[in-house]
Design a protein around this ligand. Sequence first.
Ligand code: HEM
Length: 178
Amino acid sequence: MHLGGIYENGAVRGGIELPRLLSLLARHDANAPIQGLSAVPPADRPPVNVVRFAFQAMVAIGTLLALLGIAYLVTWRRRGRLPRSRLFYWLVVAAGPLSLIALLAGWTTTEVGRQPWVVYGVMRTSTGVTAARGISVVAGVLLAVYAALAVAIIWLLRRLAHRSPQSDVREELRLRPV
Ligand code: HEM
């Protein structure tokens, strides 16, 4: 198994090599053989680097998120308070967008990784492409709806962010005077 690096002509270059780890992970036995990419005809291989990069990005982000949770729990248990380092809070801020990137990377891993098959060994993606007309119209409408939703969400979040938490309380009091 390699962490990082680029796949080129049948080998990974520039990655950190971790011998036997893949056997251990996939077969729970450090000596179990793993069938390599060379067993797959070149025409049946997915774009290897896209899959590797997406998978590794997902796992790296997942590991970071887990470490963030552990750091929080350890501080809470040992000191009975929230972490105080700025780095921790910067990472908390980054965790939201990073989770979304991990989600997309996971999806990319699955979808690109199964290429060129829709159903492995039975039906190729090229055979599964629809011949229906008007796809670009449907795609255009979908894009417009999502773009409108994105604008609405940004507007809403900015509006909420500009209001102080106290203003909510005051509004509440105005509605129900005590
Ligand atoms: C240590 C961390 C992680 C590991 C080891 C891991 C492992 C995996 C594996 C083995 C797959 C299946 C790939 C395949 O189809 O062959 C997968 C898919 C996926 N992962 Fe992760 N993952 C991790 C973190 C994350 C995180 C943090 C997210 C999102 C926040 C995520 C989202 C996804 C998604 C959306 C899929 C595709 C599911 C599908 O389309 O069936 N993963 N992951």
